[in-house]
Ligand binder design. Structure first.
Ligand SMILES: [Zn+2]
Length: 84
């Protein structure tokens, strides 16, 4: 999707909100909570042909933070073994 092509309908009419000012900061309208005190700004890619939307976190430090603080998906048993 980042290359400008929609994975759903194949259209090349993909637009990104990467430069939107409101995506981060105290008035963030486009962020997801990482922890109680941390928000990760989201870059949206929208296909204006079919309406499909993809979201990316562009800040590498937020990605590291999520890897530390969130539970890994899809491997519950492995996760429990790792904690022992
Ligand atoms: Zn599309």
């Amino acid at each position: 999707m980042k290359n400008g092509n929609c994975p759903k309908c194949g259209s090349g009419e993909v637009y990104s909100g990467v430069e939107l000012i409101l995506k981060g900061g105290p008035f963030a309208s486009n962020s997801i909570p990482v922890s109680l005190t941390s928000l990760a700004p989201i870059d949206n890619y929208v296909c204006v042909t079919c309406g499909y939307v993809e979201h990316y976190i562009s800040d590498p430090s937020k990605l590291k933070e999520i890897a530390k603080k969130w539970d890994k998906a899809g491997s519950e048993e492995d996760e429990e073994q790792a904690k022992e």
